[in-house]
Design a protein around this ligand. Structure first.
Ligand SMILES: [Zn+2]
Length: 474
């Protein structure tokens, strides 16, 4: 037998192809692969089986993940980020055979101080359903508190013909994992007050040009002498103070021309902090707190108008030395803002929509079609229910239903109405069906591909909205 060594260039080429297989997408571009979520969601994939064989040492389906010194960098990184997601995933129950009833949720029932009877400790979700496909409340009533039982009425029980149980991630419209949403959740950006600051800027009750101006200030993008000097245009000094650098804070707050305005507008308690803060903190404090004297106006608007006026005057004086500021600049600013507020109030009064009375009537379908009207209602923390009826094109009664839903939202109650209505229509063998619902949100959700909210996602998946036409009805 003849043997020969493989040439080095050939080995390099093989390794290159291997690397490309792992790290490149179909077009040959390098990309980062979001592996962490796929491995958690329990999807079937060859590489997950490989990871399981190699790293799921106790064979616990990745319940306990441990990285050892000799493990690959990929596995070490996965272990490092693993527990960041614990609070942001939940199960979407299909058949209910993969999820344990009491311990596989983000809040286990024992953490709520409820002791599970020993005989039921290892039950899967599907074991809580009776032979008719309904929740087996006889099994639960003796030991589960009433408020939890009430909430279970509105939960769709697992179904034999349902999808596979799968983990979904909160934070996105459709429950699909995305790096952006995960990053936001893990970094807690949604509750970040700095994030809210941008919203406050865009909601300031001032003219649009002032809003845009404040947005520029927040980005520190005013073309002050300091910024221009960085671009090699002129000197950085303030034209009024001569030997002090003119940056954003100087022109809007610290220059004597600005200081005299603020001294007349700020209340005494706010002065010290206001003049000591850095730019971002100064903006933040002026958007969050009422720092003004008692002038019967929202401070945020007065502050924004003042900043804009100070900058406008500074520009006019730079280009036209004969221009003079108002004798009482602070009074001028207050007048401007007052006038805008008065005009705004008139505008709101003009644009307020008149209430319209609309006559409501049952909408007759074309001949041969059946209409399903459904409704759901909820009284928070007391009770919820839904009901509906089927009528033919002559308005004749075909069937009806109603259901007690324990405690749930009106949105979920409406969804249950549609689901029960469609089940009834299927039982009656109806093939031409129009659904009329009185909730715009439900209609939009069922007609779009996004489930919108994780609440009710199980019910939405169970409603095959592509098969019927769903619209707003009476
Ligand atoms: Zn100055």
């Amino acid at each position: 037998m003849m043997t020969t060594t493989i040439p080095k260039a050939c080995l390099n080429e093989i390794q290159k192809i291997q690397r490309a297989f792992i790290w490149e997408d179909a077009n040959g571009n390098k990309k980062y692969h979001a592996m962490g979520w796929v491995i958690r969601s329990g999807e079937d994939a060859l590489w997950i089986e490989v990871m399981k064989g190699k790293y799921d040492r106790e064979n616990t389906n990745f319940e306990h993940v441990v990285a050892k010194a000799q493990d690959s960098t990929l596995w070490k990184s996965l272990v490092h980020t693993w527990h960041y997601f614990d609070g942001y995933e939940f199960w979407n129950i299909g058949k209910g055979n993969l999820v344990r009833a009491w311990t596989d949720n983000e809040t286990s029932i024992e953490a709520m101080g409820i002791m599970v009877p020993e005989s039921m400790q290892y039950l899967m979700v599907k074991d809580l359903v009776d032979d008719n496909g309904c929740w087996n409340f006889d099994l639960l009533r003796t030991w589960l508190p009433h408020n939890i039982i009430s909430k279970m009425y509105a939960l769709l029980p697992p179904q034999n013909d349902g999808d596979t149980d799968r983990r979904v991630c909160s934070g996105t419209d459709n429950g699909q994992f995305s790096i952006a949403s995960a990053y936001k959740l893990v970094c807690n950006f949604s509750d970040n007050s700095r994030e809210m600051e941008w919203l406050r800027i865009w909601k300031l009750k001032v003219p649009e040009r002032i809003t845009s101006f404040i947005w520029l200030v927040r980005h520190d993008r005013l073309l002050t002498n300091y910024r221009k000097s960085k671009m090699h245009i002129g000197e950085p000094w303030c034209t009024h103070c001569v030997d002090i650098v003119e940056d954003t804070l100087h022109v809007l707050r610290d220059c004597p021309l600005a200081k005299s305005v603020w001294c007349n507008l700020l209340n005494n308690a706010a002065r010290e902090n206001s003049f000591a803060a850095e730019l971002k903190d100064w903006i933040h404090m002026n958007l969050q707190q009422d720092l003004g004297r008692n002038m019967h106006m929202e401070w945020y608007g007065v502050w924004a108008t003042s900043c804009h006026s100070l900058w406008t005057w500074r520009n006019r004086e730079t280009h036209d030395e004969t221009r003079l500021r108002p004798i009482h600049p602070w009074r001028y600013i207050l007048d401007c803002h007052l006038q805008y507020m008065a005009a705004n109030v008139n505008n709101i009064a003009l644009s307020t929509r008149q209430q319209m009375e609309v006559d409501i009537a049952w909408q007759q379908p074309e001949a041969g079609w059946v209409v399903l009207n459904t409704d759901g209602a909820s009284k928070m923390d007391v009770a919820a229910g839904c009901g509906g009826l089927l009528r033919n094109s002559h308005g004749q009664w075909i069937g009806g239903f109603s259901r007690h839903l324990g405690i749930c939202s009106a949105y979920l109650a409406e969804l249950w109405g549609v689901l029960d209505g469609l089940r009834l229509a299927r039982e009656r063998g109806i093939t031409k069906l129009k659904v009329q619902v009185d909730s715009r949100v439900v209609v939009q959700t069922l007609n779009s591909s996004n489930i919108g909210s994780t609440v009710g996602s199980m019910e939405i998946y169970s409603i095959d909205s592509s098969a019927v036409s769903i619209g707003l009805g009476d």
